[in-house]
Ligand binder design. Structure first.
Ligand SMILES: [Zn+2]
Length: 58
């Protein structure tokens, strides 16, 4: 009997989702302006944890 592919990852179904973007590959962050750092809205950018793949890299 040969166990295949179960030596490295624990019992997890499918690829692990990135905890930062929760698998979306994008993160939204508040945008601040002025000296009072007033929030003017949200900006969506690529997730730097998974580089947009949406999968946990480690
Ligand atoms: Zn991510």
């Amino acid at each position: 009997m040969i166990a295949m592919g179960a030596s490295k990852t624990p019992a997890t179904a499918g690829p692990a989702k990135c905890p930062t973007c929760k698998g979306s590959g994008e993160v939204s962050r508040a945008v601040y302006v002025g000296r009072k750092r007033r929030a003017v809205g949200q900006q969506t950018g690529i997730c730097l944890t998974c580089l947009g793949s949406g999968e946990a890299t480690d």
